[in-house]
Design a protein around this ligand. Structure first.
Ligand code: HEC
Length: 161
């Protein structure tokens, strides 16, 4: 092989390596940015961080539909008898991370919420895991309806609303 063609071969090889790296970059980024939810860890976190208010069996607090003496709503159930499945993933995540007051305020509502923010206690992935555990307890119908809400939420976001 002449010196010139050896150099050409090296250049072509370098370009091919670069092309492969560029093509793989989004896949690698996607993998490190998003892990599939760990339902078993979510169950443990639920017991530690959520069960005291929302109930060990996700049953919520008694009379959760009526405000208490302080004018706040008690913690609702997270099982199919509650309304957690009426909300899309985005809202459930924001409610858990930022707390009820901040989420309501963002919608222009002055609301005294008993739902604390978990941003300092749980990572985003841990929040996703807890929510995945809650969802795993729902029957098929609730899971399907909630998935439709999530899709509607996504479309609203895409439309810039
Ligand atoms: C100190 C009590 C308390 C703890 C602990 C708590 N919550 Fe709540 N949560 C509430 C109350 C009270 C509400 C209802 C009031 C409201 O909507 O703001 C609520 C509402 C919610 C809602 C929105 C309402 C709905 O439709 O279900 C979500 C989601 C939620 N909690 C998730 C969680 C998760 C996940 C955890 C554990 C990481 C948790 N909560 C821990 C008190 C609590």
């Amino acid at each position: 092989m002449s010196e010139r063609s050896a150099m050409m071969t090296a250049v072509v090889a370098a370009v091919m390596v670069l092309a492969v790296l560029l093509a793989a970059a989004p896949i690698v980024r996607g993998q490190s940015g998003f892990r599939p939810a760990d339902v078993a860890e979510g169950e443990r976190l639920y017991a530690d961080f959520c069960a005291s208010c929302h109930g060990a069996d996700l049953e919520g607090q008694p009379d959760w539909r009526s405000v208490d003496a302080d004018g706040r709503l008690p913690a609702p159930p997270h099982d199919k008898t509650g309304h957690t499945w009426h909300h899309g993933d985005g809202l459930l995540f924001a409610y858990t991370k930022l707390g009820g007051k901040a989420v309501m305020e963002a919608q222009g509502l002055d609301f005294d919420s008993g739902m604390p923010a978990f941003a300092d206690e749980l990572t985003d992935q841990e929040i996703r895991n807890v929510l995945a555990f809650i969802k795993s307890t729902w029957p098929e119908r609730q899971r399907e309806l909630q998935a439709v809400r999530t899709e509607a939420e996504r479309l609203r976001e895409q439309a810039g609303q």
